[in-house]
Design a binder for this molecule. Sequence first.
Ligand code: ME8
Length: 509
Amino acid sequence: MTAYITTPIYYVNAAPHLGHAYTTIAADVMARHHRQRGEEVFFLTGTDEHGEPVADAAHALGIEPQELADRNAARFQSLLPLLGATNDFFIRTTDPRHEARVQEVLGQVRENGFVYQGTYEGWYCPRCADFKPENEIDPGNLCPIHHIELTREQEDSYFFKLSAFQERLERLYEEREDFVAPRTRYNEALSFIRSGLRDVPLTRHKLTWGVQVPWDHEHVFYVWFDALLNYYTALSFARPGEDLTSTFWPADYHLIAKDILRFHAVYWPALLMAADIELPEHIFVHGYLLMEGEKMSKSLGNVLDPVTVIERFGADALRFYLLREVPFGQDGTVSTLAFQTRYETELANDLGNLASRTIAMVTRYSDGAVADGPLDPTLAGDFAGLTERVCTHFDRAELTMALEEIWQRVRRLNRYVEERAPWRLARDDEQLEELERVLRTLAEGLRTVAVLLWPYLPTAAERLLAALGSPDLAVAGAELGPGHINAVRPIEALFPKDTEPADDERADD
Ligand code: ME8
């Protein structure tokens, strides 16, 4: 079984920020989870380097677009190891192999009869690189996302016959209710389709920074068609001398935020239909990270730098915080204060203390050895079906709910320590067997949560599993049961509390 997981490819008109890190982290959590399920995973991310936003940003800096693309693609790329991202490839749309494939696929779309010549006139936002329908324009003729004035554009274009796919798209949504998740986004995409699809420009005449249209060299492809195709083209050249398309296509999970829903949930399937290419399985749509109530984006200038957070607290803490704080799929506010609270109460106290205490007690009361025998059925009952529930949440794009399921067990284990008070049992020789059973249950419980937490907290989980002498990460082995752990080794604090206090000023600049 394979799982092909993608992030959007990010614009290189500026440096990466926390919003980009968020999607990449979510995709990485999914990639790791599917690897734990024994699936062969291909995880793709990359950069979108053509189009007006990039050309404009480069010209403002007095450099060539390619130079800006090289500079910022490198920044997006170097962020990945810092986040703990395990992508299998990084695609750049200025890669000539991508460009050639885009020309090939869109040439096929034309041959199939879905391209015609015409003139386009409409209100255009150069930052979105998108024409805005009249009902989406803010008062004062402003872009609802960037709050900048829209320009009236008229140009000769080749058009993509989106309208020809009205019925097929409606049928797709009827037949596959899990094509877009969560449901609110599915409904939004479907109502956009039902409101009546109009043809869209496929090429730009005035722009030169893009993939050249093979049948008319005065045009380049509209950046969105070039960009969307990355998911498909990458497989043909990600591995030198190998074409992975037949192994991994169709994509299983496209992760995106709601800002680019229409492109992914409407244009993308239509384009693939027009090219006779199989459609992806699922589009998982998350909300916006908000700072001071506004979508955080480069153009608005209120950016929290992920690198600063990682340097101070580590990638695990950032990964955990973002997926825990903001219910995946909804908008949510992030702040350094809330981050610190979660770090201290949940990572340092709930999990960190549980790990240190459990290992310290096994070391102290039984010389680090975990005796064979059955587990406490009370606790086993509270863990029953956990792995299955976690997997089901993942299948529905419920990454925060999956984490909550696991975290409830972390808290359960803490209560178990208090209830059974091993330090009291240790004072009574007659309770030796009970003490051994409690310690064994705790150690095995800790192992189970560590395995399931690994996608979110890879470094901490691996350290913990190493200390428990049970490095196996497969979810199949994550069910709570005896016999995995024989002995424990001492462990340093997983989430030390004495990290430098966060400073709102610094984190916000
Ligand atoms: O749209 N909250 O690129 P982009 C959550 N190149 N996610 C956020 C975010 C925020 N505040 N800000 C950005 C493009 N993101 C196109 C995509 S794909 C074929 C082409 C994330 O650099 C989120 O995933 O504007 C969003 O969809 C994406 O970055 C937009 O990145």
